[in-house]
Design a protein around this ligand. Structure first.
Ligand SMILES: [Zn+2]
Length: 503
């Protein structure tokens, strides 16, 4: 950021020094101010699919067949984005912001009790373990107190109920009590626990997760049977070198920035073409088409790394901004999964009418803009939870108004949603969510097109009008104590997509 800023300041000063030239830029430029319908029309499904194919072919050209942060497939994604932007000449100044951090590249688990295999997931950042036929112990309560771990836990695989405190806390207490490893069983019927230790952690027991039904069955069985567990956990955690890509438009008021973002990484299971190839290409194609127009507000596009590892790229980017720079962002729009095959037409609940979390001033207006957009097309729509569990989280936590579109991830489709959007009840909104099958064939073209044109609509509306009629940014001092408290809660939320359950 700093480099880009000072460079453009210097260039600006140089231009102003030339007689007659400074005053001519940029208002007398020959290209027109962005027009809403034209920009929407310019974002075509063919171009979107060409980008999707490009991301997939890059993923499939690598051994991992994915775009996980730091991988070859992910680096090729970043290269694709920057080369597409470079082809637009000097319309955008493009910053590639380096980021380094530890991420889990690979995880595998096998868990059996008395010779019966159980479906399980490794806890992200778990140490490795190879345990052959150790007793399975049942930890009372939820394993958040040292007293829950009696002497009987030593040299066993400890079965612990999920909830109330973090996986890392439980696994630390278990390890201190001498447990060989831990298995978390779910406290809701949503499949196996997909937990995380939230980073590389010292002193935790190796951990995996199983379903509520399997956990209950094992607890019941333990009352009259001796249980013997075998467990293998293999994780590969690496320090990776990656980058955020931030493109800043040439035109528009730099003190009134419209910011759009999507995450450029996938999980390791597959190429992640809906999650979040779809958001990546939706904002990319909008950025490309926008380059035919002038804007009254500056427009920034961010492609964030390491979202799946816990919003790490966007968190890092926001941490590099000063309070003054943050105040120049009038609105941050996030697009994460906008082509789910069993989709809903969602918009973040910025006004809090559905889920009760009201965003900073402007968030409600932005939700209403998207509601009106869907309605103008005669389409049903629904609010989705505004909980900060994607890359808007760090912006929201810094008081920036936020909004976005959302076609859904692992929420189960209700009959009511089927009435509104079609599709299949009783299965999740993206059945290939975080799976190898999240490829080009997994995209719903209708949903992708509607939402991508919705991105264009928002850009034209806000950047074309310089946020006319939009609430001004609240100064940080004016933010209430409650909002600050809410901000902290939001920051602690897990990412929506990655390993979504810290407790
Ligand atoms: Zn995602």
């Amino acid at each position: 950021m700093q480099t880009t800023r000072s460079l453009s300041l210097r260039l600006g000063a140089a231009l102003l020094a030339l007689p007659g030239l400074g005053a001519a830029l940029p208002s007398n430029c020959s290209i027109p101010i962005v027009r809403d319908q034209e920009l929407q029309d310019a974002v075509t499904i063919e171009a979107l699919y060409a980008h999707a194919e490009a991301l997939q072919s890059r993923a499939y050209s690598t051994p991992g067949r994915n775009r996980v942060t730091g991988s070859e497939g992910h680096n090729l994604t970043i290269e694709y984005i920057t080369s597409q932007l470079a082809a637009l000449g000097d319309y955008y100044s493009v910053e590639v912001q380096p980021w380094t951090g530890a991420t889990q590249q690979f995880g595998e688990i096998a868990f059996s009790v008395n010779g019966v295999e159980y479906e399980a997931a490794d806890v992200e950042f778990s140490p490795n373990a190879t345990i052959s036929e150790a007793p399975l112990s049942i930890v009372p309560n939820v394993g958040c107190e040292a007293a829950d771990f009696t002497a009987e836990v030593a040299d066993t695989v400890a079965l612990i109920h999920r909830g109330s405190c973090t996986f890392a806390q439980k696994a630390t207490l278990a390890r201190a009590a001498g447990a060989l490893a831990v298995i978390f069983w779910n406290n809701e019927p949503a499949g196996v626990v997909q937990g995380t230790y939230g980073g590389v952690a010292e002193g935790v027991a190796a951990g995996g997760g199983i379903s509520q039904a399997d956990g209950e069955a094992l607890v019941a069985l333990s009352s009259n049977t001796t249980l013997t567990a075998s467990l293998t956990i293999t994780t590969v955690i690496e320090t990776v070198f990656s980058a955020n890509v931030i493109a800043t438009s040439k035109y528009g008021d730099p003190d009134n920035i419209l910011f759009l973002g999507a995450h450029s990484d996938s999980v390791s299971a597959g190429p992640g073409i809906n999650d979040d190839g779809s958001g990546t290409i939706g904002i990319l194609e909008t950025a490309i088409q926008l380059s035919k127009y002038r804007t009254r507000s500056k427009v920034k596009f961010g492609w964030w790394t390491a979202e799946e590892a816990g919003l790490l790229g966007s968190e890092y980017y926001v941490s590099t901004l000063t309070e003054e720079e943050l105040l120049k962002i009038r609105l941050y729009l996030n697009f994460d999964m906008i082509a789910s095959p069993n989709f809903i037409l969602g918009h973040y609940d910025g006004d809090g009418s559905e889920f009760g979390e009201v965003g900073p001033a402007g968030s409600a207006e932005t939700e209403h803009l998207f509601e009106e957009y869907y309605e103008s097309l005669g389409l049903n729509h629904t609010a989705t939870e505004f909980n900060g569990r994607s890359d808007y989280g760090p912006f929201l936590a810094s008081g920036v108004p936020c909004g976005g579109l959302d076609a859904g991830a692992d929420e189960v489709k209700t009959p009511e949603w089927v009435e509104m959007f079609g599709g299949t009840a009783g299965i999740i909104l993206d059945p290939n969510y975080h799976q190898a099958g999240d490829n080009v064939d997994n995209l719903n073209p209708f949903c992708l097109e509607v939402m991508s044109k919705g991105i264009a609509h928002a850009v034209a509306t806000y950047a074309g009008s310089a946020f006319a009629g939009y609430p001004p940014r609240e100064s940080p001092e004016k933010r209430s104590v409650e909002q600050k408290l809410q901000k902290k809660t939001t920051l602690r939320q897990p990412p929506h997509n990655a390993f979504p359950v810290p407790i």
